[in-house]
Design a protein. Structure first.
Length: 69
């Protein structure tokens, strides 16, 4: 079991659906969410030390990147 799966199971005990999004809480998206512990620039690192490129960006990271000074 990955660290994200463990954290998600724990989050489901405290947050309805285990996430802060009604769409994901009702499982419209599917899958287990990843839990990120670090991010810098365009990269995010999950709790199992896997590195990903954040292609979605969101509002702040899309403009400045993660961990902008």
């Amino acid at each position: 079991m990955s660290r994200s799966e463990i954290l998600f199971a724990n989050a489901q005990k405290h947050i309805p659906g285990g996430v802060n999004s009604p769409v994901r809480a009702f499982r419209s998206v599917g899958g287990t969410p990843l839990f990120f512990k670090h991010a810098e620039g365009a990269y995010v690192v999950d709790e199992d030390d896997k590195r990903y490129v954040d292609y979605v960006g969101s509002w702040g990271p899309m403009i400045l990147g993660h961990s902008h000074p």
